[in-house]
Design a protein around this ligand. Structure first.
Ligand SMILES: NC(=O)c1ccc[n+]([C@@H]2O[C@H](COP(=O)([O-])OP(=O)(O)OC[C@H]3O[C@@H](n4cnc5c(N)ncnc54)[C@H](OP(=O)(O)O)[C@@H]3O)[C@@H](O)[C@H]2O)c1
Length: 243
């Protein structure tokens, strides 16, 4: 199968490209600009795994709106794209932070594009735990909501993205999450302890996640979800430099 992966150099993109190539597929790793020339002819699958270089509210909205619009227009102009796959986030429609609003805008463009699609909504990546701790830190204290959290390993995400790309379009949303569900503060505390970070994690129901309120089930799937296999301990074991 001919597959174009936008953001093919990123965390999930590079793993997805490797899995698809191992399966014998013709894969082009492209940026939104080069994708416009990469999408030619019939039967293409386009997997959009690009992410905004800036997470600032206005910049991130502009990134997902512009790249989504350009990419989908290029796909419509080329014709014959059989499946557009994009990676979004569980709870984008249930929280109020600027990044989530940008992902909702990206989802809307896809849903109204007329191109067959599958949106994969994932929970936060385990690889993102250090960044979450950093963004929630205040000197030696990390304040996090006790809302439920269910992070997933990038290896599990990439395997599922590759599988979805090769399957028929759902014209809808599928949700994926990690194998363990626990309060946000508890999982980050386990992670910091394992990596030898001395900062204390404090449970604070008022703590915001990238500016948005986190209720008990804001960040976890509410319905059926496909679960990854790699939990926090196994993820740390697989890469000793993380611990
Ligand atoms: N972080 C999470 O916990 C989480 C959870 C659920 C879903 N997601 C979604 O997962 C997707 C992939 O995330 P990731 O962590 O794998 O991203 P990443 O590692 O930051 O990679 C981003 C990719 O986007 C490309 N890119 C950045 N700016 C670009 C631009 N202006 N034009 C073209 N390409 C550009 C990068 O290319 P270069 O290498 O050339 O810069 C890179 O290939 C994102 O859509 C994100 O919203 C993330």
């Amino acid at each position: 199968m001919n597959i174009v992966v936008i953001g093919g150099t990123g965390l999930i993109g590079s793993k997805t490209v490797a899995i698809l190539r191992q399966g014998g597929h013709e894969v082009v790793a492209a940026s939104p600009k080069s994708a416009i020339s990469a999408i030619t002819g019939e039967g293409h699958v386009v997997v959009d795994l690009a992410d905004s270089p800036s997470f600032e509210d206005k910049a991130v909205l502009e990134f997902f709106e512009t790249s989504g619009r350009n990419l989908l227009a290029a796909e419509a102009a080329a014709g014959g794209v059989r499946h557009h796959v994009a990676l979004s986030i569980v709870g984008t429609d249930r929280s109020d932070n600027g990044y989530f609003r940008a992902k909702v805008a990206q989802e809307k463009l896809i849903e109204t594009s007329g191109i067959p699609y599958t949106i994969i909504r994932s929970t936060q990546f385990l690889e993102f735990l250090g960044g979450i701790a950093a963004s929630s830190a205040d000197e030696n204290m990390v304040r996090l909501s006790p809302g439920l959290f269910q992070p997933i390993a990038a290896d599990d995400v990439a395997a599922i993205v590759a599988e979805v790309a090769l399957a028929a379009p759902r014209n809808g949303i599928v949700e994926i999450a990690g194998p363990e569900r626990a309060p946000f503060n508890e999982i980050v505390a386990r992670y910091l302890k394992a990596v030898g970070d001395p900062r204390e994690v404090v449970s604070d129901p008022e703590a915001r996640y990238f500016g948005g309120r986190v209720e008990e089930r804001s960040l976890v799937p509410l319905g059926e979800a496909r679960l990854g296999r790699i939990g926090l301990d196994e993820w740390l074991r697989r890469s000793p430099e993380r611990a």
